[in-house]
Design a protein around this ligand. Structure first.
Ligand SMILES: C[S@@+](CC[C@H](N)C(=O)[O-])C[C@H]1O[C@@H](n2cnc3c(N)ncnc32)[C@H](O)[C@@H]1O
Length: 467
């Protein structure tokens, strides 16, 4: 134990050593404490003052290792003589980091093995470095594709089992995606495979020039390129810190996936008869869609009410709304227990808490952490929130039910159950309100996809309250 503590205090040898050590500490934190990779990584980059190429290398190490964890575990299981569950978790994370460098990064094998052996020595002790050396040397003897051929089931025997390893997604997630894409038993899974590949690419940083507050040209001048369908979207090619752009720093612009912009724009574009000044965002935190809706309703001389139960997320909503004209209200409260009279609003957004299976590009660890039970636990709340949204809208008004998950239990399952139970609201075809966006499906609802639209897999159902 003392040896370990002393070893930990030893200063890392070189720059590359230092970056690998930071990546190891982040992966450890994520796996040991159920941490969020993005939060832990950003903090570590700041604390250790890593920037530029070092930050990029560290990010790829952390994100890649976590994203491909299931695949690396299948490969490592072939290279370690005992069950992986019997290894110290620290050692397993070091091996995963080594496997990622050897199989999916252009790191020289000799350097990758040596650096990981040195890191093992300083982080867990000399006695384990021999095992890391031996295992990583075995890993380095094959390419990624050769390992997949060796450890994944053959496509002809078990195509989902093959994708599970070759594309690093749990079986239940692949099955849920296949269902949502309408794949029938016996159909090809080629499109599912495309989707899984898209999930393994980091998402681009997309910005929004909030309507009436910032001009898209401002973002373009700062190096972004125009989005494809949202008139307010711009993509920061090559990433970079959006906070350096003045319009983002002041809240006139923000960071928001184009899919997230599109579903809010569809809600705003669909016609309602009569007054159109009171809009509600029932699940508002952190406030990306709230800021867009508030900017749009301000242009109609109306106001947005935003509801969020978690105080720190309600603060984020306030911050996102800070540049928008008008006295928009943020209520810290539970959307299932309205403090406002029934039928108070002309338009309501219910962007409900969900499994997030549509945003796996952004959260590298999430796919291994989520379970089918999470989905089952969320659907009653999703139904209550949709029910509350319909109660809150006036007859003739519109509700947008939105998830960043394509899982059918969270999307159509919830909508069908609530509409059937209530009997006073009906689906509106949402597709005409995103006229330029291709491949929206058979309607009346809309499902966006990373592999088709290069957005998160956002789902939208537009619902009109009939009476
Ligand atoms: C998918 S996020 C919303 C994202 C947001 N619309 C945006 O674009 O930034 C769902 C939000 O619902 C909140 N939430 C959870 N339970 C809720 C409840 N009972 N009523 C209202 N909001 C709830 C969560 O805290 C979370 O902030």
């Amino acid at each position: 134990m003392n040896g370990q503590r002393n070893a930990r205090n030893r200063a890392p040898q070189s720059r590359a050593d230092k970056v690998r050590r930071v990546a190891y500490l982040v992966v450890r934190q994520v796996n040991a404490e159920d941490g969020y990779a993005n939060l832990a990584l950003n903090k570590a980059l700041r604390d250790h003052r890593l920037s530029g190429r070092d930050a990029a290398f560290c990010t790829e190490l952390v994100h890649g290792t976590l994203r491909w964890q299931g695949t690396y575990d299948a490969i490592l299981a072939r290279c370690v003589s005992r069950p992986l569950a019997d290894l110290d978790p620290e050692l397993l994370d070091l091996l995963r980091l080594g496997a990622h460098q050897l199989l999916r990064m252009r790191v020289d094998s000799y350097a990758a093995v040596n650096e990981m052996v040195t890191l093992t020595r300083t982080e867990v002790g000399q006695s384990r470095s021999g095992l890391v050396n031996a295992v990583l040397r075995k890993v380095s003897q094959r390419t990624f594709d050769q390992w997949i051929d060796s450890v994944a089931p053959a496509v002809a025997e078990d195509v989902i089992g093959h994708l599970e390893i070759a594309r690093a997604h749990p079986r239940w997630v692949i099955e849920a995606f296949a269902d949502a894409l309408g794949v029938e038993p016996g159909d090809s899974l080629a499109e599912v495979a495309e989707l899984l590949a898209a999930d393994n690419e980091p998402a681009r940083v997309t910005l929004i020039a909030r309507p009436g507050l910032a001009d898209l040209d401002e973002l373009v001048e700062a190096g972004a390129t125009r989005g494809r369908w949202s008139p307010y979207a711009a993509v920061l090619q090559g990433g970079g810190d959006p906070g350096r752009i003045g319009a983002v720093a002041t809240g006139r612009a923000g960071v928001q996936d184009e899919g997230s912009q599109l579903v809010a724009l569809a809600l705003a574009a669909a016609p309602v008869e009569g007054e159109d000044k009171n809009w509600l965002d029932l699940c508002a935190g952190p406030g990306g869609k709230a800021a867009l809706l508030a900017a749009l309703v301000s242009e109609r001389d109306g106001l947005l009410t935003a509801v969020e139960p978690l105080p720190h997320r309600a603060d984020l909503v306030r911050s996102n709304l800070r540049a928008v004209h008008g006295e928009h209200e943020v209520i810290v409260g539970d959307g299932t227990e309205p403090t406002w009279p029934e039928a108070s609003f002309d338009r309501v957004l219910a962007d409900v808490p969900c499994s997030g299976l549509g945003a796996l590009r952004r959260r590298p660890e999430a796919r291994w952490r989520r379970t089918p039970e999470d989905v089952a636990e969320l659907t009653p709340l999703q139904e209550q929130l949709l029910d509350s949204a319909i109660r809150s809208v006036r007859p003739g008004g519109l509700v947008a039910y939105v998830t960043c998950s394509p899982h059918l239990h969270e999307t159509r399952g919830v909508v069908e159950a609530v509409l059937e139970r209530r009997g006073d609201a009906s689906l509106v075809d949402a597709r005409p309100y995103l006229p330029d966006v291709p491949e929206l499906g058979d309607g009346p609802d809309i499902q966006l996809w990373p592999h088709r639209h290069n957005t998160d897999a956002m789902y939208l159902a537009l619902i009109r309250r009939d009476r």
